[in-house]
Design a protein around this ligand. Structure first.
Ligand SMILES: [Zn+2]
Length: 101
């Protein structure tokens, strides 16, 4: 499901994509709509998979990561947000500020 969320996010049209924050903020909604949450879950799953399955999933995720990195922009104001330890780069990309209005 996380992989599907990641793929459908990248399947959106446009040169640049903005991450979407959810209105609700619960984990289920975040997992479906906030690609950073989906990417976190993939990271967890990767750490728990046996080596062969991990290599296969890691290869798919690496391709998606590359595309995500190219198609999102670094958030210059990310330092203003509270940051939890261990947060990865995909949390510091620009969010669509109007998506929750
Ligand atoms: Zn919800």
């Amino acid at each position: 499901m996380a992989l599907q969320c990641y793929r459908s996010f990248l399947a959106r049209p446009g040169r640049y994509l903005y991450l979407t924050a959810t209105v609700c903020g619960c984990y289920e909604c975040d997992l479906k709509e906030d690609v950073a949450t989906a990417r976190d879950l993939l990271e967890l799953v990767l750490a728990r998979l046996p080596p062969r399955a991990r290599r296969e999933l890691a290869a798919q995720v690496a391709k998606l990561d590359e595309e995500l990195y190219c198609r999102t922009l670094p958030d210059p104001l990310a330092y203003r947000r509270p940051r939890s330890p261990g947060e990865e780069w995909w949390h510091w990309r620009i969010y669509d500020e109007s998506s929750h209005l």
